[in-house]
Write a protein of this length. Structure first.
Lengths: 308, 256
């Protein structure tokens, strides 16, 4: 199956000389929920903005369902819906009018039924005749989503969808996202909340300082999450791991004061009792033991910090 | 999907016209009231002491100039706000992400701005007939000048709106450039009434050609030949189109 979105060799250098993206390659399959994870300023929004036509790329190529976003921009853009990070609305228009406008702008015939359903799904029905200026921040964000979905896009981009969003909206939004996915809509979201990626995404891409440093299935990352870590604080610091313990995958940390052992908590044999016996046999005394969960956060921080 | 995005153009045009309806007082009533004031001051108070200009009563003489004055200022302000406001509120992201070409978007925006200008021009003309008898010698040319000027200055306003980075810059071109040029462009007098060197200097003012051509379509007299006037309006339009073409090609002030 050919990917619905294919990004190859995309770079972006702003006029100021700032390099926002270094050679990004990415393929997203149809119907997938893909999360772009990364710290602020990593290039997530730049990448999305290039795909959606808001920012011009310096080099590279983007295909949306086989359509080049520059040469065949009409076909490419007609398939895309974008909910940007910031709320940007014509505050004097009514909710209904601004959503209809979006559908028209994307070249679709009027479909009152679809717009009505959208407004109901997003709890905007009661407010459909209200002007945007009268709405709360959360309601405005719902309007942004309604506008992005007004032309029934095949790919939906959500840029930091839950930044500053209340619990109800978050729940409704994920509900809408699930329903869209069930209909085969591809969803690409950016976030710097790892839990969000864990909760929703089929695959996660980690972007840092303009480079896509990892793309992996969320499930695979979660398996790594199953790992736990045993930290052994020793009475006396040692220079090196004794030969008697060479068979164990141990790491020496904290200037020789701590031994670290990663193990799979789901495995029938974690190896801990044997390891502790072997430590005693090797004459290593310890004063404290601590186990912890390696989280996606750790993996992520490790990836990002490993590059500094 | 290929070919023209007519629905997209219609969506923009309709939304822009709806904006006019929402601000009907500001958009339509203000120019009408201003025109009536001009009539009272220039046509009534001063005009009654003026002799005829080129065989036309002074009251009637100023009508084409007044319409031009409004057409220019309104055309520029409507079109500049139409594009500046989405930039300011960042709603322009939607336009940039839509499957609509720049040309289509410009047509829709300028179409709406020009429609508004022409409507206002016609309302002023209707208001003027309440004060002075008006005859139109070349109605076809009158409409042509009206449309060409509305479109040209809509395009010019669009350029101003793209260029402007704040509200001050948005206001500076209409108030510091266009209004003086219009007042000095023979809206209220024939440039033949000016002493030298002002008469010659006036010939460098593009508005002179617009007003002159428009007045010719009413009364068959103008400060310059009608062909020259026509060439000027078309020239301005072509210049604006060329600048817009360059802007959309380079993404100047629209796309980072």
């Amino acid at each position: 199956m050919s990917p619905v979105l294919s990004v190859s060799g995309v770079t972006k250098t702003y006029r100021s000389g700032q390099i926002a993206l270094h050679e990004i390659d990415l393929a997203v399959e149809k119907g997938e929920i893909f999360a772009l994870l990364g710290p602020n300023g990593a290039g997530k929004t730049t990448l999305i903005s290039i795909i959606c036509g808001l920012v011009s790329m310096s080099s590279g190529r983007v295909l949306v369902d086989g359509h080049d976003i520059v040469q065949e921009y009409r076909a490419a853009r007609a398939m895309i819906g974008l909910v940007p990070q910031e709320i940007a609305l014509d505050i004097f228009a009514t909710v209904e009018d601004t959503v209809r406008y979006s559908r028209g702008l994307f070249g679709r015939h009027a479909a009152p039924g679809h717009i009505d359903r959208l407004l109901r799904d997003l709890s905007l029905w009661e407010k459909r005749r209200a002007r945007v200026i009268e709405l709360s921040g959360g309601m405005k964000r719902r309007v942004m989503i309604a506008k992005a979905l007004s032309h029934e896009p095949d790919i939906l981009f959500l840029d930091e969808p839950t930044a500053g969003v209340d619990v109800n909206l978050r729940r409704d939004m994920w509900e809408v996202v699930r329903r869209l996915r069930d209909r085969g809509v591809t969803i690409i979201l950016t976030t710097h909340y790892i839990e969000e990626a864990e909760e929703m995404a089929d695959r996660v891409g980690v972007i840092d300082r303009g480079r896509l440093i990892l793309v992996e299935e969320t499930a695979a990352l979660m398996r790594k999450l199953g790992k736990r870590r045993l930290s052994i604080m020793m009475q006396k610091r040692i220079e090196a791991i004794p030969l008697a313990l060479a068979g164990w995958p141990l790491r020496l940390e904290a200037d020789g004061e701590r031994l670290v052992y990663d193990f799979d908590a789901n495995a029938p044999d974690t190896g801990i009792p044997r390891l502790l016996r072997d430590l005693g046999a090797a004459g290593i005394d310890y004063k404290d033991l601590e186990t912890s969960r390696t989280s996606l956060e750790d993996i992520f921080v490790g990836l990002v910090e490993g590059r500094t | 999907m290929s070919g023209l995005n007519l629905r997209g153009m219609w969506a923009i045009y309709r939304t822009e016209m709806a904006r006019t309806r929402r601000t009907v007082w500001q958009s339509v009533a203000t120019p009408v009231i201003t025109t009536v004031l001009y009539f009272i001051v220039f046509g009534g108070a001063i005009g009654s002491r003026m002799q005829q200009v080129g065989g036309v009563g002074y009251g009637a003489f100023i009508v084409p100039g007044l319409i031009m004055l409004t057409l220019l200022t309104q055309g520029i302000s409507n079109a500049s706000i139409a594009i500046y406001f989405p930039k300011f509120t960042r709603t322009i992201f939607e336009l940039l992400s839509a499957p609509i070409s720049s040309t289509e978007a410009v047509f829709a925006y300028i179409g709406a701005a020009a429609t508004k200008s022409v409507l206002i021009g016609l309302i002023i003309l209707a208001t003027a007939t309440l004060f002075v008898p008006i005859r139109i010698m070349h109605p076809g040319w009158m409409v042509a000048f009206l449309l060409l000027t509305a479109v040209s200055f809509g395009l010019f306003g669009f350029l101003v709106g793209i260029w402007a980075e704040n509200f001050e810059q948005l206001a500076i071109i209409p108030s510091l450039v266009v209004t003086p040029l219009t007042f000095l462009g023979g809206a209220f007098y024939s440039i033949d009434m000016l002493p030298e060197p002002w008469r010659t200097i006036s010939l460098f003012n593009p508005v002179v050609y617009l007003v002159s051509g428009f007045r010719w379509s009413f009364y068959g007299v103008g400060d310059v030949g009608v062909g020259v006037s026509l060439a000027f309006v078309v020239g301005i339009m072509v210049l604006c189109l060329a600048l817009l073409w360059w802007i959309f090609r380079t993404g100047y002030r629209l796309k980072p």
